[in-house]
Design a binder for this molecule. Structure first.
Ligand code: SF4
Length: 267
């Protein structure tokens, strides 16, 4: 199975509407088939939770800084980057239906996490590309996988995660997104090192935790196989109309945006 993939550079026209898989769609499938069916078969988009909008706003501010750093080699001053984060949050916050925290606290969290990113992560990162799109093909798959790398440097691909729970090395080693992004790096002969920059929201403020994973031929083969299995399962689900739910005690059910229409939940 090894070596049966290729890397295709982005084309000049917008292909994003073409049928494809992605790390996030495969993650959703592995978490809950019913959730996947709501999102991808029925086209229902659940409104984002406050924590997701926080993460997107921190990402926007990091991208604002890193995009210009490709050429300048320097980080923008902190007030400018914090302003980008606040502006992004104000623009995105109307999408939130389920807050679980006050809007003021959510915005304060965005500012604190952006400051932590700017102080502890940004200075050691020299980007070569930001939000770089890739399409990955394999002879084992019918559909390509579309991805966007947060940041690529000359030595690694980096992905920013905002979270309330520090993820472990074991989490990273089994993460399908990391597997796919490393496979894309391998196929395009880029550095085969993947870094998670975690900003963990704790009661006494955010803290940074960095983890890294190195690509191996064995892990590439596993990733190719996992995507192939996901693709087969999606075809079976489409044909049978049967979607396995998550265990109701799984954390995913507690945070699920489809909970009020889920046939497996009675609140
Ligand atoms: S509530 Fe639970 S079982 Fe239902 S769609 Fe969401 S994650 Fe799946």
């Amino acid at each position: 199975m090894s070596g049966e993939f290729e890397f295709v550079w982005p084309t000049a026209f917008d292909e994003s509407e073409r049928e494809h898989l992605s790390a996030s769609s495969i993650n959703m499938l592995m978490r809950c088939e019913q959730q996947y069916a709501f999102r991808y078969f029925e086209g229902l988009k659940a409104p984002p939770k406050a924590a997701m909008v926080q993460g997107s706003s921190v990402d926007d501010a990091a991208n604002f800084n890193f995009r210009q750093k490709i050429l300048s080699g320097s980080d923008r001053p902190l007030p400018e980057v914090l302003d980008a984060a606040a502006t992004s949050f104000e623009r995105r916050k109307d999408e939130i239906e389920d807050w679980s925290m006050s809007p003021g606290a959510a915005k304060d969290g965005v500012i604190a996490m952006t400051q932590e990113h700017h102080t502890s992560i940004a200075p050691k990162v020299q980007p070569v590309a930001v939000q770089e799109e890739f399409w990955l093909y394999s002879g084992e798959w019918d559909l390509p996988v579309l991805g966007f790398k947060d940041v690529r440097t000359s030595t690694e691909t980096r992905d920013l995660k905002t979270t309330t729970r520090t993820k472990s090395q074991k989490d990273l080693e089994s993460d399908i997104q990391a597997g796919i992004y490393l496979l894309a790096s391998h196929a395009s002969q880029e550095a085969e090192r993947f870094v998670w920059d975690q900003i963990v929201q704790l009661k006494n403020g955010p803290k940074v935790a960095e983890l890294e994973r190195i690509g191996t031929q064995a892990s590439y083969d596993i990733t190719i196989r996992m995507v192939a299995v996901a693709e087969q399962r999606i075809a079976q689900m489409r044909e049978s109309g049967i979607f396995k739910p998550a265990d109701p005690s799984h954390w995913a059910c507690g945070y699920c945006g489809y909970r009020n229409i889920c046939p497996y939940i009675h609140d």
